[in-house]
Design a protein around this ligand. Structure first.
Ligand code: NAD
Ligand code: WQD
Length: 337
């Protein structure tokens, strides 16, 4: 069975390809490489023994999409391809709406033309905005604080409306919390370009000496130690969540919505300490002002995914920090071109 994986050379997509292959499913990747490298394919092959079929192209290009559906027998689509930097999206809203919204519409159009109605979408905890309570269940009200978040919300709405209008669709919305970590081999991991926006890659770059000091954004939040609390999830747990989602509801018509998180809140300072424990390295940090748009606490109630998908995160915080560090140490400059 073949699944089209858009954004499959990116961070979460590449790890999901490994999990799909391990489950006997053949990923067919479409990626324009705007935020990933071709050499990811070598690493997937090294680890799994299988090299995924790869199309270099854009989800906004209906010619390549139609060609893929003609050439391959695609059972369903897992749609990762998107621009994802929250801060950048406030500077370049057009690019975010165009890439993420127009790209998703173009993909859905090609699926309809090909008669493929099985869709899994990378949504995000960002659709919960500033939640009124934690842990967050799937029925919490949605709101958002950035153009990036707006694209996720709008796409969720589009998918719901399309499913209501045409019940042949299986629309699965997976809301990820904070994916970190790397494949346990150290051969695959997160490879941000430029200055990392996210906490874990910033910490590992301080540890390896690429950056001087971690800025901790705010220590006056109403949390135990004053720093923000998040739900970090190992990227391989997240990857396996996609396989479960495909197996349980991928081909079942309807709208299926799941939080994919570990269900445990971890503060920034706790993460810094966990990383020090795993790596034996002290992380140089300083406390600075809050980052605009951050919420104090955001963590999941993942019970629905456990109940209905039979999935739960099994890797610990120590696994996440150890694997991130191994990846950073063995690939100090990320992937080669
Ligand atoms: P990533 O940037 O590593 O991967 C995205 C991939 O999509 C990249 O390889 C990029 O080259 C490709 N891409 C982007 N636009 C494209 C286009 N128009 N056509 C073809 N390819 C295109 O990001 P990631 O962290 O792996 O995230 C994957 C998905 O998960 C995204 O939709 C993101 O919004 C979502 N998500 C990520 C996080 C996170 O913290 N990483 C959290 C929640 C949701
Ligand atoms: C985590 C915590 C920061 C960097 C983002 C997106 C979200 C989703 C996941 C896509 C926060 C603090 C960070 C640093 C710090 N992505 N921090 N110093 O903001 O929870 O979520 O990625 O959908 O939509 O918003 O993740 O890793 O950026 O931050 O103190 O240099 O670490 O303030 O409390 P965030 P993050």
């Amino acid at each position: 069975m073949k699944i089209l994986v858009t954004g499959g050379t990116g961070y979460i997509g590449s790890h999901t390809c490994l999990a799909l292959i391990a489950a006997g499913i053949e990923p067919v990747i479409l990626d324009n490489l705007c935020n990933s490298k071709l050499s990811v394919l070598n690493r997937i092959e090294e680890i799994s023994g299988k090299r995924p079929l790869f199309y270099q192209g854009d989800i906004r290009d209906s010619v390549i999409l139609d060609r893929i559906f003609q050439e391959q027998s695609i059972a369903g689509v897992i749609h990762f391809a998107a621009l994802k930097a929250v801060g950048e999206s406030t500077q370049k809203p057009f690019e975010y709406y165009e890439n993420n919204i127009a790209g998703t519409l173009s993909l859905l159009g090609a699926m309809r033309r090909a008669g493929c109605f099985h869709f899994i979408f990378s949504s995000s905890a960002t659709v919960y905005g500033d939640p009124h309570a934690v842990p967050i269940t799937e029925d919490f009200p949605r709101s958002t604080m950035s153009p990036y978040g707006q694209t996720k919300l709008m796409i969720e709405q589009m998918l719901e409306d399309m499913q209501t209008a045409d019940p042949r669709w299986s629309m699965t919305l997976l809301r990820y919390f904070n994916p970190i970590g790397a494949h346990a081999s150290g051969k695959m991991g997160e490879d941000p370009q430029g200055i990392p926006n996210n906490l874990m890659p910033y910490i590992t770059q301080v540890a390896i000496g690429r950056r001087d000091c971690l800025n901790i954004f705010g220590n006056d939040y109403p949390t135990n130690d004053g720093t923000c609390v998040r739900d970090y999830i190992h990227v391989m747990d997240l990857a396996e969540g996609h396989v479960k989602a495909w197996q349980v509801c991928g081909e079942k018509a309807g709208l299926h919505i799941y939080n994919l998180g570990a269900g445990q809140g971890v503060s920034v300072l706790e993460m810094v300490r966990a990383f020090a424990r795993a790596s034996g390295m002290e992380i140089n940090y300083k406390l600075v002002d809050r980052r605009p748009g951050d919420v104090a606490e955001c963590w999941a109630d993942p019970a629905k995914a456990q109940r209905e998908l039979g999935w739960k995160a099994t890797r610990t915080l120590d696994d996440m920090t150890r694997d991130s560090w191994l990846w950073q140490q063995t690939n100090p400059n990320g992937y080669e071109a």
